[in-house]
Design a protein around this ligand. Structure first.
Ligand SMILES: Nc1ncnc2c1ncn2[C@@H]1O[C@H](COP(=O)(O)OP(=O)(O)OP(=O)(O)O)[C@@H](O)[C@H]1O
Ligand SMILES: O=C(O)c1ccc[n+]([C@@H]2O[C@H](COP(=O)([O-])O)[C@@H](O)[C@H]2O)c1
Length: 193
C-alpha cells in the first residue's frame, strides 16, 4: 500500500504547540504514516524580518518532535540553499519517498496566500493541501483546484512564534507554549534577547 506522508513546512522560530497539535490532529484524521517537519532555509516572504540561524531552528524542531515516533525532521530546505520554495521541498520529498502520497499541512493564513507561491499551480499536482484553522485567521477560498485542498479544524491554540519571541525578549515565560526542551534550548543559546 502507498505510504501517506504529511509535510509540515514552517520557519519554526521557534516551533510551538500550535504546530505540534496541528500535525498530530491531521495525522490522525488523514491516517498518515508519518509527518515530516521541514524547517525553511531562507523564507523569502520573511526577508524583511530577522530570522534565527537555520541550525537553531532545525535543532529546536528536532527537540520538539523527538518523543513522537510518527514525527521526523527533514534538512531538505536548509541544505538546498537559496530561497525556500515549497515546490522544491515537495520535489525533494517525492525523490526521497518514491511513490508516497504527500499531504502538505499549512495554516489558514499561509494557505490563503498560496497563489503567490512559486509555481503555485504545479504544487497541487505534487501534494494534497490541508489547511488548518488558526485563531484570528479566516480562510476564504481564493480559487483552490477542485479536490486539491481540505480544511481541518484543529483545537484552537492562539500561539504564534512572533508572540513567543516577544515574550522571551520581555523576560516573560514561554513554558507550556513551546515544549520544555525548546524552552531550555532558547535559554541556553540566548535566542530572542
Ligand atoms: N497556532 C497555530 N495554529 C494553527 N496553525 C499554525 C499555528 N501557528 C502556526 N501555524 C501554521 O504553521 C505553519 C508554520 O508556521 P510558522 O513557523 O511561520 O509559525 P508562526 O507562529 O506563524 O510564526 P510567525 O509568528 O513568526 O509568523 C504555517 O502554515 C502557520 O500558518
Ligand atoms: O513556495 C513558496 O513560494 C512559499 C511562500 C511562502 C511560504 N511557503 C512555505 O509555507 C510554509 C509556512 O511558511 P512560514 O514562513 O509561514 O512558516 C513553509 O514551508 C514555507 O516554505 C512557501
Amino acid at each position: 500500500m502507498k505510504k501517506r506522508i504529511g509535510v509540515m513546512g514552517g520557519t519554526f522560530d521557534p516551533i510551538h504547540h500550535g504546530h505540534l497539535v496541528a500535525a498530530s490532529e491531521v495525522a490522525s484524521l488523514f491516517q498518515l504514516d508519518e509527518v515530516v517537519f521541514v524547517p525553511t532555509g531562507r523564507p523569502w516572504q520573511k526577508s524583511d524580518q530577522k530570522v534565527s540561524a537555520a541550525e537553531d531552528r532545525y535543532l529546536m524542531t528536532v527537540i520538539a518532535t523527538a518523543s513522537n515516533p510518527q514525527f521526523s525532521v527533514s534538512r531538505s530546505d536548509i541544505d538546498r540553499g537559496g530561497k525556500t520554495y515549497t515546490i522544491d521541498t515537495l520535489r525533494d520529498l517525492k525523490t526521497d519517498h518514491g511513490d508516497a502520497d504527500l499531504f502538505f499541512i499549512t495554516g489558514a493564513d499561509a494557505l490563503s496566500q498560496i497563489f503567490d507561491w512559486r509555481d503555485a499551480q504545479e504544487l497541487f499536482e505534487l501534494a494534497h493541501f490541508i489547511g488548518v484553522t488558526r485563531p484570528g485567521h479566516i480562510l476564504a477560498d481564493p480559487g483552490f483546484p477542485e479536490g486539491g485542498v481540505s480544511l481541518v479544524e484543529v483545537p484552537a491554540l492562539a500561539i504564534s512564534s512572533t508572540d513567543c519571541r516577544q515574550r522571551v525578549a520581555k523576560g516573560d515565560p514561554v513554558w507550556y507554549l513551546v515544549p520544555d526542551g525548546v524552552v531550555r534550548y532558547i535559554d541556553k543559546r540566548r535566542l530572542y534577547r
